[in-house]
Design a binder for this molecule. Structure first.
Ligand code: GLU
Length: 466
């Protein structure tokens, strides 16, 4: 019988959520969903200085934005120190750990000897019994002298670490504080974690953790160490490559579902599928298809995926998101302008890869009247063109139907009646309607603006008051 699947993400609150953490969280979440298991969040908040409430909040904002929630109350590692100490006691009782009173100087000297002998540190207290427990001391793990520690990793395969390269690891500091590797093992065990899917920067911790599991007679989880994300140039991801935190991607106008889709493909594959839903990812995700080579961030691909998800998104939701983008620029969309914004979205959403681009494409719908008309379009508004615009305005005012197809026909009919080509009508009309700001096809622009706004903008250029 295999154990129930329980996965986790175990971030430390550092003040931002790294995109690699987001991907690891997603992989764990997908794996749990695939197997009808649980996905848990553990906050590794033992660094008291960095683990401020603000930094913890930033983590949870990141998870909330990504749409990933813990299936149980999140666990806070710092609150579990007593339990960690209890396990250290047990390890001492089992003979798997021992008290060590080496001074810093003695430790350094022992390290020198170890180095000279080509092995890791062994404490001189491994087999001594004459220490005084009332004196400051640490508790170390009794690392086997020289035997292979074999870790079977679902991504990396079988990895063997010679135990002679592993220190007699400190489990409990003289302050009574548990150390990282100990805390991770105890927490993962107590949380029932069956699969530890994490970045391969933790691979070197794994033999140490495996030894602790073994010493406690606890079943080891399945480990899966995923290569870290690299930048487009194949080097380790860093600030110079662009956004590294989840919040930056949100600010740059990526949709969470697009981010999930893109991140799922970053280091994992399902054939050639690039665009897929959460439900598909949840039914497909496996550890077998996690690549062994680091995945590279590819912003063109991300934009492509995001553009696709923008096209799938509901127009009212996009309108709300565009309002947020504009609010971020200090520009509040008036309630009265909202229907115009929503009408315009389907006309431009196929051209926008990000919400920022979408907001820019929609700017034409939200201009303040009278419009500021740029020089080039203003040059279109000759006397002849204005006279024609006035006749067009009369004709449009009489229309009962106001949709793009009908307006397109009306404009063509008007051009015929005027015995001119559309080239004489479109540019001045566009100048009046947008002032030179990017906008869709002219009939769509009219339709998006609506009758009153369109005629109002035309009237503004026909009888300039200012
Ligand atoms: N807290 C560790 C980190 O943020 C993760 C530990 C783990 O996944 O085992 O890198």
């Amino acid at each position: 019988m295999s154990r129930p699947v329980v996965t986790r993400i175990a971030p430390s609150p550092t003040g931002s959520m790294h995109i690699g953490t987001a991907r690891t969280a997603l992989f764990n979440h997908l794996y749990a969903r695939r197997h009808g298991g649980k996905f848990l969040i553990r906050v590794e908040d033992t660094d008291r200085e960095r683990s401020t409430q603000e930094n913890v909040d930033i983590l949870f904002q990141g998870f909330a934005w990504l749409g990933l929630a813990s299936d149980e109350e999140p666990v806070y590692q710092a609150q579990r120190a007593d339990r960690h100490r209890e396990v250290v006691d047990e390890l001492v009782q089992r003979g798997a750990a021992f008290r060590c009173w080496m001074t810093p100087e003695e430790t350094e000297a022992a390290r020198e000897v170890a180095r000279a002998e080509g092995r890791a540190l062994r404490s001189t207290w491994r087999d001594r019994t004459d220490g005084d427990p009332s004196q400051p001391h640490v508790i170390r793990f009794r690392t086997p002298d020289d035997q292979p520690v074999v870790v079977v990793d679902a991504v990396q395969g079988e990895v063997s670490f010679p135990s002679k390269d592993l220190d007699d690891l400190v489990l409990l500091r003289s302050s009574g504080e548990p150390t990282y590797n100990l805390a991770v093992v105890v927490d993962d065990h107590d949380m029932g974690i069956s699969h530890v899917i994490r970045g391969d920067d933790h691979l070197n911790n794994t033999p140490r953790q495996a030894l602790i599991y073994d010493a406690m007679d606890w079943e080891r989880p399945v480990f899966a160490h995923v290569p870290l994300i690299h930048g487009p140039d194949g080097k380790k991801l860093s600030k110079r490559h662009g956004a590294t935190s989840v919040a930056e991607y949100a600010d740059q106008g990526y949709l969470p579902e697009a981010m999930r889709n893109y991140l799922a493909r970053l280091g994992w594959s399902h054939g050639d599928d690039e665009l897929f839903s959460d439900a598909q990812a949840e039914s497909w995700f496996d550890l077998e298809h996690i690549g062994r080579a680091p995945a590279r961030l590819d912003f063109d691909k991300l934009n492509h995926v995001n553009g696709w998800w923008i096209r799938q998104a509901d127009d009212e939701r996009l309108a709300a998101l565009v309002q947020q983008v504009r609010a971020g620029r200090g520009d509040v969309v008036a309630d009265a302008d909202l229907p115009r914004l929503i009408r315009a979205i389907p006309m431009v959403k196929d051209r926008a890869d990000t919400l920022i681009a979408l907001a820019d494409q929609l700017a034409f719908a939200l201009l303040n009247r009278p419009l500021a008309i740029a020089e080039k379009p203003a040059a279109q508004l000759t006397d002849e063109a204005r006279a024609r615009l006035a006749r067009l305005a009369d004709r449009l005012a009489g229309l009962e139907t106001w949709d793009a197809a009908f307006l397109d026909d009306s404009l063509k009919g008007f051009a015929e009646a005027e015995e001119v080509g559309m080239g004489k009508i479109g540019p001045p009309l566009r100048a009046a309607l947008t002032g030179g700001v990017a906008s869709p096809d002219i009939a769509k622009t009219l339709a998006a603006l609506g009758k009153a706004e369109s005629l109002g903008r035309m009237a503004d250029v026909l009888s300039p008051q200012a």
